[in-house]
Design a protein around this ligand. Structure first.
Ligand code: ATP
Ligand code: MG
Length: 601
């Protein structure tokens, strides 16, 4: 491709809309343009990158025996009602774009495709002889993200590879899941990325086990906790740990103390001169279930620890049926406005005890009349602890479960693990922290969708039972940007060779020089014929401008038809390290071919 013929506009300044390096660089280098919130145009250079990534994904998927197809993006609401996810996706997560057609039928733009594929399986799979099967597609997804940001990292329209497998039993699913683990590792390795696979929360997709593939980068939205020996790695949303031991309490008698202005743990501990590990903190949450029922939840946890909202959400989902619901639409710490909706009197916030009286909850039809009391494992073994006195400005010290306070029946793990904690499986290993960008997620779904939607098959014994399912996603467009986030310098992008839009850029320093032009044209033809994807910068620009642009767009190798042509040579510059060498013109093609093959091995 000739740059003179391309719609090629680079920007000197970073656009104000961009916060992280990869987003700035993709905008500046003319790979993407923003059209609206979370909506981007993939310009020709970007589209080439996306096609290369898709091709790597395709090859690795096909190698496992999965088959490519294309599912509809317009999805009838009925399918989502059948699976029970319409409310979750339109209200709780609120992430699905919905619309009505002119006949007033409700439809959604696909954020994911479990419902569609399960319908296909239900209609087409009859017998165990047809199993296992695995279908995948590479397609645009739509999600009305609350906070679209960082360009392609969190778009509202983005490209995903999603695959769905169907099995006769868990064993068969396990095998495909392992194959996918390998395929995903291959994809990321081939794309030239540093990554880590981690245990993950399954979220609204559901099912049992799941793992995420994280590209390691400072700007990552996810926190990963891992052990140095590599035996444990998990998303912080899912991570378990052994917190440091609690310090022995300095209080031996139960008493109420005046503790003015100590509504935070920090202030309380400095006032009482105690450790936060001797405090039972009581955090109030408000959950709204899908049947409209509001439940007030009181979580007692050790003072130095925070509640992991994802773990709490999962616990409360498990308890749904107690409150007549199936799923949770909202879970939050209620602010003053929310409290007004159900509190009969003002709450002793910052001074709450585990036995906060139920009469703080005004009687109302859609509000559960009692606090749901949970105690986190970290608080169960505390002795002579400090906690609130249910009265503003007062705490109690020297308290014990089974004496002054009844230990809640529901003992749970809702503790947020953090760096410095010990690993559960091997307490000598200390958890470390890293930031990651989630580019892939593989799930063992089990029978969640097949059961809900009646997708069954007949087994060897002639019994009709639900299909066992797995699903596997790669964010193709997010992956492309993650690659930039992991590989750039002050001059611009440094594409891994395997996914660079072009391998080589030939820069003609002075297009007024006929010999420079002639050699550049000759090399341009030769390289393209040899299958080396080559850009020719034949623009009428100053050499400096061309060199800057070449660095900015990040093409792995730059050929300059400069002074050395007099000796029958051209200069070749490697983008990654700016290493420069002069190579004889007739050796260029074979040399580059070898370098490229080496780099994408
Ligand atoms: P996240 O937690 O980042 O929102 P998710 O758990 O919702 O991701 P999945 O539903 O598992 O994501 O989707 C599979 C993959 O699609 C993700 O691993 C990610 O790479 C990509 N992806 C998800 N949401 C977006 C988005 N809004 N923009 C770009 N890529 C996305
Ligand atoms: Mg999401």
């Amino acid at each position: 491709m000739r740059l003179s013929q391309m719609l090629f506009v680079t920007l000197r300044e970073s656009p104000a809309e961009a916060e992280i390096p990869s987003h700035k660089l993709l905008l500046r280098a003319g790979y993407i343009r923003r059209i609206g919130s979370g909506i981007y145009t993939y310009l020709p250079l970007m589209w080439r990158v996306l096609k290369k990534i898709s091709q790597i994904v395709r090859e690795e998927m096909d190698a496992t025996g999965a088959q490519e197809c294309l599912l509809p993006q317009l999805q009838p609401a009925d399918l989502w009602r059948e699976s029970g996810r319409w409310d979750t996706y339109t209200q709780a997560e609120g992430i699905m774009f919905t619309l009505k057609d002119r006949q007033e039928r409700e439809l959604a733009l696909g954020p994911t495709h479990e419902e569609v594929i399960t319908t296909i399986a239900k209609e087409m799979i009859r017998s165990y002889r047809q199993l296992p099967v695995h279908l995948y597609q590479i397609q645009t997804k739509f999600r009305d993200e609350i906070r679209p940001r960082f360009g392609l990292m969190r778009g509202r329209e983005f490209i995903m590879k999603d695959g769905y497998s169907f099995h006769a039993n868990q064993e068969s699913l396990q095998k495909t899941y392992q194959d996918m683990y390998q395929a995903y590792s291959n994809i990321l390795r081939r794309c030239g990325l540093k990554f880590r696979a981690v245990d993950a929360d399954s979220g609204a997709i559901g099912g049992s086990g799941s793992q995420e593939f994280m590209v390691l980068a400072e700007a990552g939205e996810d926190e990963v906790l891992y052990t140095e020996d590599g035996s444990y790695a998990a998303n912080v949303e899912k991570a378990v740990s052994l917190p440091p031991d609690a310090e022995p309490s300095p209080f031996s008698n139960f008493e109420k103390r005046e503790t003015p202005d100590t509504e935070t743990i920090e202030k309380l501990c400095s006032f009482l001169k105690c450790s936060p590990t001797q405090v039972v903190k009581n955090v109030l949450y408000q959950a709204v279930y899908d049947n409209g029922m509001t439940v007030l939840v009181l979580v007692s946890i050790r003072g130095d620890r925070d509640v992991n909202d994802v773990k709490l959400f999962n616990e409360l989902t498990r308890l749904s049926s107690q409150f007549g619901g199936k799923t949770i639409l909202a879970l939050k710490v209620p602010d003053a406005e929310e409290q007004q909706k159900w509190a009969s009197k003002s709450l002793p916030l910052g001074y709450i005890a585990p036995d906060l009286e139920d009469d703080y909850i005004a009687s109302a039809k859609q509000v559960h009349p009692k606090f749901l009391r949970l105690v986190d494992k970290t608080a169960v073994d505390l002795k002579n602890f400090v906690t609130g006195a249910n009265e503003s400005g007062y705490h109690v010290v020297g308290a014990n479960w089974g004496k002054e306070f009844k230990l809640p029946e529901l003992v749970v793990d809702v503790c947020k693990a953090k760096a410095g904690d010990r690993a559960v499986h091997e307490p000598s290993q200390i958890l470390q922290t890293a930031r990651g960008i989630e580019v892939g997620h593989i799930f063992q779904l089990g029978t969640k969708y097949s059961q809900a939607m009646g997708a069954t098959y007949t087994n060897e014994q002639g019994e009709e039972i639900p299909l066992v399912m797995g699903c596997y996603g790669v964010g193709v467009s997010r992956l492309a940007q993650a690659a930039v986030e992991q590989s750039y310098d002050k001059d611009g992008i440094i594409w891994p060779v395997a996914i660079a839009p072009y391998h080589v850029i030939i820069t003609i320093p002075n297009i007024g020089d006929a010999q420079q032009v002639e050699i550049a044209e000759k090399l341009y033809n030769e390289l393209n014929q040899a299958g080396i994807e080559t850009l020719l910068d034949d623009r009428d620009e100053r050499a400096g401008v061309k060199f800057k642009d070449a660095d900015l767009i990040g093409i792995p190798y730059r050929i300059v038809t400069g002074r050395s042509i007099k000796q029958g040579k051209v200069e070749v510059v490697e983008r990654a390290n700016h290493n420069t060498q002069e190579i004889a013109i007739e050796e260029i093609s074979s040399t580059l071919k070898q370098w490229i093959a080496e780099a994408i091995k």
